[in-house]
Design a protein around this ligand. Structure first.
Ligand SMILES: *[C@@H]1O[C@H](CO)[C@@H](O)[C@H](O)[C@H]1NC(C)=O
Ligand SMILES: *[C@@H]1O[C@H](CO)[C@@H](O)[C@H](O)[C@H]1NC(C)=O
Ligand SMILES: *[C@@H]1O[C@H](CO)[C@@H](O)[C@H](O)[C@H]1NC(C)=O
Ligand SMILES: *[C@@H]1O[C@H](CO)[C@@H](O)[C@H](O)[C@H]1NC(C)=O
Ligand SMILES: [Zn+2]
Ligand SMILES: [Zn+2]
Length: 456
């Protein structure tokens, strides 16, 4: 398929001439989901995470029905090292363990897996600061992350001790979250959230208004940041808003979704970027002011695991392993570009692990940078131009699903990106759906008229 959506070719040339002297860069990786049971020597299924699904194309680097084998983890971290060996820092947004029943893991296995992934990152990036957020799979039992101090938070805090400032250790042990000055530089801050506390699968935090006091804490940190004229990045695992591959599917409990949205609306002046995972797909979310101007965007980085989701209603929801570099202005933290790299798993298994550049955001979508205003333009292009929609859709599964994104698919993606608020999302679905009905009725009417005319 030809993905050169033509109109914008020279916009790209103009913008790429800009200077790079102020550009910093960092890695964002997420959802590694190592499955230690993966083995081609197994009789029957090659991995526990496939459940009972067949794995006829399983190879050294994995299978689309399985979580990551160690060879894929090792290949990923080595690819990071080859592509960009000296990033300013690494953002790692969790989900380390395989998709298997709790009984097959247990606390010890969960901690061992987190420890193994921590060690390989430390081994290959010994001098790099890593900002690490917990995922819903980084706890036993999965998704039940408590709003109080517990031994798992304490042990993970120990595993990550070298990455944490001493000031971060207390809040991490109490609630799995922390904040630090970004790279210890005055005027720059990062907030690492434990958004698993808001996940609707988390029964422990149900009926708690502000689990672990995280909202109140974040509000204070951001208020303080504004006073100190700081610029802030927010990272976390489970994102607010809806899943673009399943209509109406939200991860947060509705009241937490509202509180998150309000937090961003109140403090968007200081929040320069939000970076999350959990979807395993490549997408983004827009936040608008009450008057409709784009005020913030959240980048959803694809997963390393290729694992095909078992979420009912999602057909063939696998992906190729993806990792990405964010380029940012080191004076303002503005995200200037996003470069996604991927492994074609099919090719890797038959030939060799070849990590390739998938796309660079500014080139692919003809925007000058990845600011909220530019991301709003990207969204408009996806919404209005089927060429861009199709391009985005292939990126969404990291070039796994090359099928056509039809009218319903367009609504799912456009509304999920545009509206983090559930009511607004529902209105978007209705409105975008209604615009489909008119041409359909018109064409039925036209067909009727033609057939009536023909029969005379
Ligand atoms: C990890 O990957 C590197 C680079 O691809 C390779 O040289 C090394 O042998 C691998 N290590 C293991 C344990 O597979
Ligand atoms: C994982 O960590 C354990 C120790 O916790 C170690 O025994 C094991 O060899 C590690 N596995 C890998 C693949 O690094
Ligand atoms: C951060 O910077 C301050 C002052 O510049 C210094 O005293 C402190 O040791 C630094 N902290 C870390 C963790 O590097
Ligand atoms: C991935 O590799 C397979 C096998 O070489 C190839 O058929 C397929 O087209 C590749 N996919 C992409 C997106 O390049
Ligand atoms: Zn995950
Ligand atoms: Zn997750």
């Amino acid at each position: 398929m030809d993905f050169s959506c033509k109109v914008l070719v020279f916009a790209v040339l103009t913008f790429s001439a800009k200077g790079k002297e102020l550009t910093g860069s960092f890695w964002h990786i997420t959802d590694l989901h190592w499955d230690p049971t993966y083995s081609l020597g197994n009789s029957g299924s090659v991995c526990d995470s496939s459940g009972s699904r067949p794995t006829p194309h399983a190879g050294k680097f994995g299978d689309y029905a399985c979580d990551s084998p160690w060879d894929l983890i090792n290949s990923t971290v080595n690819a990071m090292k080859d592509i960009l060996s000296d990033p300013d820092f690494i953002v790692w947004t969790g989900d380390d363990t395989p998709h298997v029943p709790n009984e097959d893991l247990g606390e010890e296995a969960v901690l061992r897996i987190i420890g193994n992934l921590t060690h390989i990152l430390q081994a290959l990036f010994p001098k790099t600061k890593v900002y690490s957020a917990m995922g819903n799979h980084d706890y036993h039992p999965k998704s039940q992350l408590p709003p109080v101090q517990n031994s798992i938070y304490e042990q993970i805090q120990k595993l990550w001790e070298d990455w944490l400032d001493s000031s971060s250790r207390d809040t991490f042990k109490k609630g799995g979250y922390y904040t630090e000055m970004l790279l210890n530089r005055t005027g720059f801050r990062i907030i690492v959230l434990n958004s698993n506390l808001y996940y609707d699968q988390n029964k422990v935090t149900e009926n708690i208004q502000d689990p672990a006091g995280q909202f109140k804490w974040a509000d204070q940190v951001l208020t303080e940041a504004a006073k100190n004229k700081e610029k802030v990045y927010i990272i976390g695992h489970v994102p607010p808003g809806c899943f673009e591959k399943k209509r109406h599917k939200m991860w947060f409990r509705p009241e937490f979704n509202k509180q998150y949205e309000q937090l961003i609306q109140k403090h968007h002046d200081v929040i320069i970027g939000q970076f999350f995972g959990h979807h395993h797909t490549d997408s983004f979310r827009m936040f608008y002011s009450t008057t409709g101007s784009p005020i913030s965007s959240m980048f959803l980085t694809p997963g390393v695991t290729p694992w095909k989701t078992t979420l009912p209603g999602v057909e063939d929801g696998a992906n190729n392993p993806g990792i990405r570099v964010f380029e940012y202005d080191d004076k303002t933290l503005l995200v200037k570009d996003v470069v996604t790299y991927y492994l074609n798993l099919t090719y890797a298994n038959i030939a060799q692990a070849r990590w390739e550049k998938e796309y660079r955001l500014t080139e692919a979508f003809g925007v000058p940078d990845a600011s909220p205003a530019s991301m709003h333009h990207v969204l408009e292009r996806i919404a209005d131009d089927s060429c861009y929609l199709q391009k985005y859709y292939a990126f969404n599964s990291v070039n796994y699903d090359r099928s056509v994104c039809n009218a319903d698919c367009r609504i799912d993606h456009v509304c999920a990106i545009r509206e983090v608020n559930l009511d607004a999302y529902e209105r978007c679905v209705e409105k975008e759906g209604a615009s489909l009905v008119v041409p359909t009725l018109l064409s039925i009417g036209f067909a009727l008229a033609v057939s009536m005319w023909a029969s005379y």
